[in-house]
Each structure stands twice: as structure tokens, then as C-alpha cells.
Design a protein around this ligand. Sequence first.
Ligand SMILES: NC(=O)c1ccc[n+]([C@@H]2O[C@H](COP(=O)([O-])OP(=O)(O)OC[C@H]3O[C@@H](n4cnc5c(N)ncnc54)[C@H](OP(=O)(O)O)[C@@H]3O)[C@@H](O)[C@H]2O)c1
Length: 280
Amino acid sequence: MEQRHFGSTGRRVAVIGQGTWNIEQGDRRAAVAAVRHGLDLGIMHIDTAEMYGSGAAEEIVAEAIAGRRAEAFIVSKVLPTNASRKGTVAACEKSLARLKIDHLDCYLLHWPSRHPLDGTIAAFEQLKSDGKILSWGLSNFDVGGLEDAQKIAGVGRIACNQVLYHLQERAIEHAVISWCAKNNVAVVAYSPFGQNDFPGAATPGGRVLSEIAAAHKASPRQVALAFLTREKNLLAIPKAVAPSHVKDNAAAGDLTLSDIDIHKIDVAFPLGRSRELPTL
Ligand SMILES: NC(=O)c1ccc[n+]([C@@H]2O[C@H](COP(=O)([O-])OP(=O)(O)OC[C@H]3O[C@@H](n4cnc5c(N)ncnc54)[C@H](OP(=O)(O)O)[C@@H]3O)[C@@H](O)[C@H]2O)c1
């Protein structure tokens, strides 16, 4: 699968990763197997958070990556309510304990917090100096918030901004993607299937996706993932437990769309005028 620079970190990460929100809600063995299956197929970027299942998702990831730490790029997130200077360090240590690892590849602020951002960033930098995280990033930040963070941290410190991005929700295309590209910040698309509100084959947009998919011998979801990662600083983290879904998503990492395909999708799923950063 194609690998891309993860912002300014100097690391290369597979373009398709794997989300773990709600992964604890079904059969535990199937959830562990899904993450392992992803690793087998080159899905190294595993996205989790202390919030997911109140730590249960991190425990599932721990089981899945046991003995395979070097293959994985593990991202977790601090809850905004915990994101004080001391709270961030404590939350990270708890995540590491649940994940049974000694460092995270990237640690994110889950969404903007009422705790002052300079305290959260100071904690991230301390965790980095202590070797507990290799890089840090943000999530659900608009351009104003990114500018504030960069003013505090300096250029080249923010590894990524993880944001909502799917075919029916393209607001980040107005300004967030270009700001991140200019500042060498990876954009990680979360809920790339709109949390499974994916356009059905009978809808006009769904028909366009099916047509493009048929021409590439691909699936409509693979076409969607290829569209969402069509620029070099974009990555996506679909969540999948069903083995066929994991396989489908991994193969999307090798699909490249033509300019005509991209234009057709652009017309079928218009950008929209709202510049406001949406969140779930
Ligand atoms: N930073 C944030 O604020 C934030 C917010 C939301 C999400 N996230 C992250 O982003 C990840 C992904 O987002 P999400 O979980 O909201 O939803 P999503 O990835 O948009 O959709 C997940 C749904 O799509 C299904 N699916 C996956 N691949 C498929 C395929 N190839 N064919 C058919 N169905 C497929 C899954 O089914 P099965 O599971 O049954 O296979 C699941 O029902 C999360 O898990 C989380 O890690 C971050």
C-alpha cells in the first residue's frame, strides 16, 4: 500500500489507516482480529483514544499489536477535559498502560479544550522529551486554532490535524487542507464513510461511484477513499471490523483516480459553501 509522509515527523505511514471508535461494542475476538488483519495488509496507522469505550478500545488495540509493535503506528488522543498540563501527561501514561506500549507514535488533542492550549502543548513537548510520544497533533481544529497552536509551538511541531471528511462533508477543502499542506501538517480524514451513512447505489451520487468503481474493478467505498486521499498530505482512517471491509479498505490504498473521475465525484458531491469546521 502507498505510504506517505506523516506531516513533519519524518515518518512514512500507509495512506489508509484503521479507526477504533465503537470497536469494543461487538465481539471482542472479531475486533482484535480486525486490527491484526489490517496489520497483515499493511494498515499500520491505528487510531484510538482514551474516550473510545472509556479505554476499552485501547485495550483491544493492545491485544492486536502484541508482539507486533514495530509494524504499527499508534495514535491516541487526550480528552479535552483532561488536557491541562498535568492532566495531559497523566492521561497519556494511562493510555500507554492500557495499550501496553512504552510510547505512542502520535498523541492528539481530541478537540479544542477549555484548558489553555499552551499548557497542553507544553505537556506534549514534555512527553516527547521523555520519549513517551514521538510526535503530537490536533483534531477538529480549524485554521484559526491551527494558527494559534503554531504560534505557541513553532513551525514544524504539529504532526497532523485529524478532521471530519467524507463525500457529503467537504468543508475542510475551503481552507484547512491548504493551510496544512503549506505548513507540512498531515490531514487525517476521520469518518470517511460518514459513519456508515454511505451513498447507496440507487442514489445519483452512488451511481457515479459505482460507474467509476466498475471501470477500476474496485468498490464504491474504495473510490471514495481514493478521492478523499487524492492529495499528498491526506490520509484516511476508516473503521472496519468485518474482514471483507478491512480487505476492501486496504486495497483502496493502491487505487489512483484519473482527473476525470475526480471531476465526476466533485460534481456529484458538491463542496458546499459552509466554511465552518464540522465535527461529529
Ligand atoms: N477525532 C475525532 O473527533 C474522531 C471522530 C470520529 C471518528 N474518529 C476516528 O475515525 C474512525 C473512522 O470513523 P467512524 O468510525 O466514525 O466511521 P467510518 O469509518 O466512516 O464508518 C465505519 C462504518 O463503515 C463500515 N465499513 C468500513 N469499511 C467498509 C467497507 N469497505 N465496506 C462496507 N462498509 C464498511 C464499518 O463496518 P464494520 O465495522 O462492520 O466492518 C462501520 O460500520 C473512528 O473509528 C475513529 O478512530 C475520530
